[in-house]
Design a protein around this ligand. Structure first.
Ligand SMILES: O=C(O)C1=C[C@@H](OP(=O)(O)O)[C@@H](O)[C@H](O)C1
Ligand SMILES: C=C(OP(=O)(O)O)C(=O)O
Length: 449
């Protein structure tokens, strides 16, 4: 697993030829975690196709096994989960190590809260720094007890509730992880669990709950988006088709927009409207970008993204768009570095509590490569060059896959190579990233530093 793996420095250089061809990115990380968890809670056998076999998701698979579900890989991306039914998880005989994954850790807190079992959870140094009170506080109202380090940080122990109570919780910040943790706990409680989110966030949990037969109601009100789940349903196993991850496609997409002459297609990308804020922003910047073969597969909108090199202009990104592109800001900042004018991305406080402090680390990534960037409150401002990026920097990635990939994308479009101190964490979400970029570039654009 990555945090025991040796450090892997890489560097990216401008490719000799433009990026081209048709490519596929690995399966969606958010949907993959949920597929394994809901599969474990369902009655019957869930067949999954296109599962992301990245470290984060493999941690969820390992945790589901420790909780008594049978989880097997049948072939590349093809997995089978024999579930135990709601309330049927067993006490794990060992510590649940969620590695680098905030989604796995937080959703699992919800799932454990509703089962009368004792469990201990930990993670790598990055995950052990991330705030967990945002889930343990609401989940405690179900009757579950949590013990954690200062600030609610991992490792933590949980004693799930014997007779869990339903939740009625208004999220203070827009977070699909917190919403999902509450809904997972609500599955085990009688009656209606109600969650209110200030801004709509990705709704893969709601979609998958319905797909497995639960009753979920969603209404937009003056309070925000209200989600109601009827507790203690019987979840019935159902096949799941995982689309390509739009958050992974983002790296290839921005690379194509920035490397002169590029024209490429990324096939089979998930286009859930609560995930497409980056596409809207890049279009406003003038990107040559279109969706082909728009269709619905496995209950999620999917399409092929076609991107072409071209000039970009600066924009102001409104704070309300953050939930629909929360993981894409570092690579958007790279696009903004090449755009003409100053881009302002507003309302990015949540970036401070990701795998790293992504607000500070993105500004540092840009500065190390000759781009003026500054943080004003919760906003990031990037002064674009309107053309080539100087590059030449060594970027500190702080155990953060998205910073590593963003820096390498920058190197593809920069005058001087860009190096990263450690690319090992790319394995958490995008195994094969460098090889895929090199295939699109027709040669070794990303290689050992
Ligand atoms: O629910 C999910 O699958 C995710 C939600 C987001 O986190 P927050 O809920 O903390 O915003 C996102 O950053 C993360 O990569 C995946
Ligand atoms: C924030 C991310 O993931 P997580 O919160 O699951 O660690 C991410 O993948 O960018």
């Amino acid at each position: 697993m990555v945090h025991d793996a040796p450090v892997r420095p890489l560097r990216a250089v401008a490719p000799a030829v433009p990026l081209s061809g048709t490519h596929r990115v690995p399966g969606d990380k958010s949907i993959s975690h949920r597929a394994l968890m809901f599969g474990a809670l369902a009655v019957g056998t869930t067949e999954i196709e296109g599962l992301l076999e990245g470290e984060d998701v493999l941690r969820t698979a390992a945790a589901m096994r420790l909780l008594g579900a049978q989880v097997e890989q049948l072939g590349p991306g093809a997995w089978r989960v024999a579930g135990r039914g709601i309330g049927g998880l067993v006490e794990p005989p060992d510590v649940l190590d969620m590695g680098n994954s905030g989604t796995a850790a937080r959703l699992l807190c919800g799932l454990l809260a509703g089962h009368p079992i004792f469990a201990v959870m930990t993670g790598d140094a990055s995950l052990r720094r991330r705030p967990m009170l945002r889930v343990t506080n609401p989940l405690s109202t179900t009757g579950a007890s949590f013990w954690a380090r200062e600030g609610g940080r991992l490792p933590l122990a949980v004693q799930g509730a014997r007779d869990p109570l339903p939740l009625d919780y208004t999220l203070p910040v827009a977070s699909a992880q917190v919403k999902s943790a509450c809904l997972l706990a609500g599955l085990c409680a009688p009656g209606t669990t109600r969650v209110v989110e200030p801004e709509p966030t990705r709704d893969h949990t709601e979609n998958m709950l319905r797909h497995f037969g639960a009753t979920v109601r969603v209404a937009d009100t003056a309070e925000g988006r209200v989600i109601e789940l009827e507790g203690q349903p019987e979840l019935v196993a159902a096949p799941i088709l995982v689309p390509g991850d739009p958050s992974s496609a983002a790296f290839l997409l921005v690379a194509a927009l920035l490397v002169p002459g590029s024209h490429l297609t990324i096939a089979n990308v998930g286009l859930n409207p609560l995930r497409t804020g980056l596409l809207a922003t890049l279009r406003e910047m003038g990107a040559r970008l279109r969706v082909e073969n728009a269709r619905t597969e496995g209950g999620e909108p999917v399409g092929d993204l076609v991107a072409e090199y071209g000039p970009l202009r600066a924009v102001e990104v409104p704070p309300g768009r953050a939930p629909s592109m929360i993981d894409e800001y570092p690579v958007l900042a790279v696009a903004a570095a090449a755009a003409s004018g100053t881009t302002r991305m507003r309302g990015l406080s949540e970036l401070r509590v990701k795998e790293s402090d992504r607000l500070a680390a993105t500004a540092a990534l840009l500065a190390a490569n000759g781009i003026a960037a500054r943080i004003e409150g919760d906003d990031l401002l990037v002064e674009g060059t309107g053309g080539a990026i100087p590059g030449g920097g060594l970027v500190a990635t702080h155990m953060d896959h998205r910073l590593a990939m963003s820096a390498l994308v920058m190197g593809l479009a920069a005058r001087a190579p860009v190096a990263v101190d450690d690319a090992a964490f790319i394995e958490t979400s995008f195994p094969g990233f460098a090889a895929l970029v090199n295939r699109a570039a027709g040669g070794e654009a990303i290689g050992p530093a």
